[in-house]
Structures are given as structure tokens and as C-alpha cells.
Design a protein around this ligand. Sequence first.
Ligand SMILES: [Zn+2]
Length: 573
Amino acid sequence: MKPTSPSLLDSFRRACRPPARLAPSAWASGRVAIQDGLTPKYQIENAPWQREPLDTLADADAKEIVFLAPIGTGKTTFMEAGLQYIIAEDPGPTLLVGQTDDDLKDWAETRMDYAIRNTPDTAALLPQDRHKRRKMQVLFPHMSLFLTGANLSGLQSKSMRRVFNDEAWQYRPGMLNESRGRLHDRWNRQFFILSQAGVKGDDLDKAWANSDKREFTFCCPDCGQSQPWKWCNVVYSLDEEQTNLERAQSAKLKCENPECTWTCIDAPQPRRLLAESAKYESTGSGLPGHIGFHYNVLCNWRKPLWEIVLIWLEAKAAMKIGNTDPLRQFIQKRLAEPWEEDLTDNRAALVGNGYLASEYANGQKIDGEAFRFLTVDKQRDHFWAVIRAWRADGSSVQLYFGRIETFDQIHDLATRYEVASKLVFIDAQYDTDLVYSAASPMNWTALHGSGQKSFPYKKKNGDIIQRPFARFAEASTTSGKRCRYAHWASDRVKDILHAHRTGQAAAWDIPDDVSAEYLKQIDSETKREITNSKTKQVEYRWVKTRRDNHAWDVEAMQIVAALMLRLIPGFDV
Ligand SMILES: [Zn+2]
């Protein structure tokens, strides 16, 4: 015989008893079960920066809450704690929005399910009828919970009391507003946005701008001045002779007050005390009912300061050679601040580096030469070519630039300058089959510029990294020949070229007698903000500002070759 389910009675009792009237953070602490948490139960002491944001769940005046938080500081746990509070203490139709359905499904099936089942207060409320528990919805006896990816079909029609938006920085433009529409202006509505930061001016940034922008703030133990954890107050050795690790290990947080000499050493205990004493303070007025919370990785005493500073120093080094990705990620993910692309372009006029092209016209080597490449841009009836000699430290010297008329002349140039045949790179975007057919017997390498941002590459240890060029592949021509080719990420490589062109990267020399044509063509593209017509997302792309951009193109291909031979560092970590 089937025994009467005690949980039904239990759930009736729980549904009828008065709410606990504890603040949500106090209620969740020691009660909500967390899968793979620091402790088996949620503990607000583990993440003091979550206390005030969590408590807004019980604040009827809080209509829209924007919580900008760095990665690795318990955002998922926060969602789980908040959700259990809603189910057990303050129910109402609730929608959880993630970037895609799949992202949420994974979480719902594992961590969310675990928290509901293992927290006694919510386990008792789980519907017994399995048809009421689907992957993307749970119909509790007293409230419904829906999950959806941030897409139009998922965000329409349902009317909700609360909507949680997870990682909103990844949503397509307009989706946050669609999500807002689900609240149907209910009097007791709450719209939660929980995310790392995106880019300046995106929907997430606008929501933040409408909030009262509260910063997690501590008081200096010495002078008493209250201040948020600011990146500019992290001090470390500026001695460039030291390794990045040595410099990072000297890092300390100092007081914002210039008169005060207090610093916080890089140790968990004093850092924890600071975080535990901190409170949010608003730094703006915002719209009524719009509350913003922000903190950064510096509050998290579990992450050693030296590790954070090391990531920063490496990001700054990558920036020097035109790789802005690590710095952007540091700002968005660790500081939880929006990224703003620097489009200022103050290219100074190029001047020669004290040598003549003719000094190298017969294959003479430069000091410390590692490799030399001939890169060629194919036009309808002619070619543009550049030859550059590279050193292992990423510095290079231009030996030749000019226009040639035939494939044979490419071969002649390679011979005269003693460029190895497979280090001759020819652009195959135009007349692809013809280029492949010419390149194949000569053992040249064909290249294709691509709009793709980067290409995944699996390292020997199994890690996947993103490189600015693809693996070599072989193509067959219509005449049955085989040609080696590779794609390269046009915008990424041009960022790196720009860093060389503007003197931020290693020496990138040009001869004193470089042609006027070269000087015109090398500055033929500019980086602009473009709205992607498919994704509607803002992107930064190099666009032509001059019809003849061949010098820029062949120099970009030199960068591709130097990246492939690891002469330019910092792109495969
Ligand atoms: Zn102070």
C-alpha cells in the first residue's frame, strides 16, 4: 500500500504558517542547501557583498535592482539563495532569464534542483506530480517558476511578479526591455539584473545609469575615510626590471586619502575584516525604486591580491602589442565595470629608421635575423608586395615594398631576397583558384583575411585557446593541385599591426627612402564602431578610408606570419 505522503501535510502546514519575517539574507543563511558551495548551506558571511542586494527581495519599494558583480564571487549561489526565499517566504510567479535556454537548463537540472530538494522549506513545496516539473518550468502549488533564454519567444506573454536576469551583458540589444515587459506594471513587481559588466552604453549599462549606483564601501581603519575598493588604490612595484610576478607580489591596497599612510597587506584575514565591515553607499540619484549594487574582485579576500595584479600586468603587456582582449576581460569580469573601446587614433607621421632599402637589395641579413617573409596582395592585374626581416624579440625591418606585375616576379623577388618559399604568403581572397594554382608548385602559402574574431586552437594539454589565425589546411584547385592556406582574423591582426605602426609594440622599422605611395597606403584604414546587422551588437572594425590600402594589407599579413612563427608573443596563453 502506498503510504500517505507526509510531505503533503508538511507542505500544507508550511503554506499556512506565517512568514518567518527574517531578512532574506538571514533567512537563507544556514538554511539554503548549495551544491558545490564553500559550505553545504548558504552562509551570508561568506559573501558579505550579497547581504544588502539579497535583502532587497523583501523591500517593496525596490522595483528594479541592478547587481554588477565580478566573476567567481558567488553570483550563482546568490540566485539559489534568493530563489529559495521567494518560494518559501514571498511567493509569486517568477521568471529566470539566462543568455540561452541551454545555459539555464544545465543550471536548473543540477544546482537549482539540488537547492530546492535539499532545502527543507522548499522541498516540502515541490509538486509531487512530475508533469508539473519540467526542465523549463516548475508549477508549485502556490506559485509558478519559469526559465527561458533571452529570446523573443521566451520573453513574451507570461505575466510575472519577479524576473531575474542572469548575465545580462550577453543579451542581444532590446532583450532586457522585452524581459521588463513581463512584469506588466504590477504594483509589487521586482526586476533583478545580475551580471558582470558589458560595454559602455549597452542595455545593461543604461539600466545601471538609471540606478542609485551603490558601491560597496569600507572605512579606512586609520583615518576613517569611507571609500569603495578602487583599482587605482592598488599599489605595486613599478620597477620594470622585476618580473611581473615579483611586481605582483609587492601589491597592497592603500587608503584613498592622500594624507593617510594606511595600507592593507595581501593576506586573507585583514582583507576579510574590511569586507565584513563594509556597506553599500549610493553614488547617484537614479530613478525612484531603481537600486544599483556594485563591487569588484578586490573585496574578495579568497582571491590573493598578487594573483589579481598579475592578471592585470599581463593584460597591460598584451595591450602593448595590440591585444586588448585580456584588459577588456579584466575590466568587465574582475572589476565588473563596462569596457569602453579606445578609438582615439593619433598616428604620428612615419619617419625612416636610418637605413636605405638598397642596403638590403641583395639578400643581406639584418642583425639577429630569425625569419623573413614576403607577403603579397593580389589585385586584378598586378600585385603589391612587402618583405620584412624579423628578429626573435618581435622587432622587424622592412626591406622592400612595391608593385609587381606577374607571379614570376614574386618568385624573382623571393629568390633575390632569399626568402624561403614557404615563407612567401599570398592573399587568395581575389582569384582564389588562380592564386592556389600559382602557389601550389612554388610551395607558397595562401592566406585569407576573415571577419571572424579569432579561431579556437586545442593545445597539447587539451586547453582550448583563441588564436588570431587558423590552422593550416589544404585546398585542391580545379586542376587538381594542392595548396596550403590559412585564415586570419582581420580585425584582431590589424589591432596588432596598429600597435606596431604607432610604436607601442616592438621596433617596426621602415627605410628612409620608403616611397610616398607606401606612406599613403599604410594609413588607409581606421577603427570604427559598427552595429552588426545580424546580431545588432556594437562591434569595432577596421574600415577603409582610402581606396588603395595594399601596404596596410601586406603589412598585416607580415603580422600573421610573425604570429604563426611565435615572433610576436602574448597570443597563445
Ligand atoms: Zn586612511
